[in-house]
Design a protein around this ligand. Structure first.
Ligand SMILES: Cc1ncc(COP(=O)(O)O)c(C=O)c1O
Length: 381
């Protein structure tokens, strides 16, 4: 049976979960003000880095007494330097419900080998935060990018905890409200919700995190790119734009342009609303079709960025092959790029809904998903 193809295609078929779609107004000439070929330590470079830090604070509503640093190696670099610098002072609780959180568990249990309790949940589920002892150091991911399951809010994190909370918020920052008073270490990368470039991480420290850095020296050696203190004192320069090593001023400019765009969209509230509207379009599609469903079991934990979907039709013979074939059809038609589920996640699709994606593009893409589903059911018969 020949399936009729939808009449319209999305103007932008980029729904990748990282690097994510650039801002809708992006063009390379927007980067013309980048101080290329100049030292990042020159006044012009330093002022751009400082602006990136302060505009991040302003847009995300990060308290004035929190430190914000631009660090090497993207979100991974920011998380690793925090874990290697701060953990080991007390017991750790490692909390994971998908692939990236599991990666942090491996680091702590197999590499740092510190006293740690591991709490995990399957893909689609979340660990019960009421079971966590926040007098330990707790490491978790705000939005599990590979399962599409997020922490609904910070209510379960006590204000008077003794331990530190270390939160990988890379696919949450700029799309979800983050309770800064509950987060001691927060990390993200520019390549996610704002559609920036990879390789640079952002590390945000509460005063309690700084106190830990200045009062505790880990038993293991730290390479230069992980070192946040010198002589027992925080290296303050890292948090004012004097980066540990050389950043890309082109990427910095690109981030500044994205921050500007976010401001023009109504700031944090505006870009969260964009992500919500995008995710809602996909959720509505799932509600209207009985062959596809959100991987997140509890609607309160459904991600509004990395929306993960599973096929639920009994006629599907080989779930993994089926999902791959759908993603391939969508890509071949040029209507959805990079929407296959993450390699370690259950078979299905993952559609990025962060604020740089246009709702109209999702709405134009979803009929193609229906077309691809029908075509693939037909093909396997
Ligand atoms: C939750 C989470 N943590 C860490 C990473 C790694 O990020 P990066 O490649 O920016 O280091 C990703 C990337 O998708 C992620 O989604």
């Amino acid at each position: 049976m020949a399936m009729t193809k939808p009449a319209t295609r999305p103007a932008n078929p980029r729904f990748s979960s990282g690097p994510c779609a650039k801002i809708p107004t992006f063009s390379l000439d927007k980067l013309a003000d980048a101080p290329l070929g100049r030292s990042h330590r020159a006044a012009v470079g330093k002022s751009k880095l400082k602006a990136a830090i302060e505009e991040t604070r302003d847009l995300l509503g990060i308290p004035a007494d929190y430190k914000i640093g631009i660090v090497p190696a993207s979100d991974t670099g920011a998380m690793e330097m925090a874990m290697w610098s701060m953990l080991g002072e007390r017991k750790a609780e490692m909390v994971a419900w998908e692939s990236f959180g599991s990666g942090w568990v491996t680091d702590v249990v197999k590499q740092l080998k510190i006293d740690a309790e591991v709490k995990t949940a399957d893909y689609g589920e979340i660990v019960d935060f009421a079971e966590i002892d926040f007098n330990n150091d707790v490491v978790f991911t705000w939005n599990g990018t590979t399962s599409g399951v997020r922490v609904p809010n910070g209510d379960a994190i006590p204000a008077d905890r003794d331990g530190l909370t270390l939160c990988d918020a890379t696919s949450a920052a700029f799309a979800m409200d983050l309770p800064w008073d509950k987060l001691d270490v927060t990390t993200f990368s520019w390549q996610k919700v704002l559609g920036g470039e990879a390789a640079h991480g952002v590390l945000i420290l509460s005063p309690r995190a700084v106190a830990r850095l200045e009062s505790y020296t880990p038993a293991w050696p730290l390479p230069k790119i992980f070192r946040l203190t010198k002589g027992g004192k925080l290296i303050d320069g890292i948090f004012t734009g004097a980066t540990i090593n050389t950043p890309s001023m082109l990427c910095v400019e690109d981030y500044l342009v994205a921050l500007d765009w976010a401001r023009s969209e109504g700031g944090l509230k505006g870009i969260i609303a964009r992500a919500e509207a995008n995710a809602q379009a996909v959720w509505d599609f799932c509600d209207a079709h009985d062959w596809i469903a959100n991987l997140a079991v509890d609607p309160a934990t459904r991600s509004n960025t990395s929306v993960c979907l599973k096929f639920t039709d009994d006629r599907i013979k080989d779930g993994a092959a089926f999902a791959k074939a759908i993603a391939k059809r969508l890509e071949a038609e040029g209507v959805a790029l990079d929407v296959g589920a993450y390699r370690d996640a259950p078979a299905g699709l993952r559609i990025w809904c962060g604020g740089t994606v246009e709702t109209a593009d999702l709405q134009a893409m979803l009929p193609w998903l229906e077309w691809a589903f029908d075509a693939e059911i037909d093909a396997q018969a």
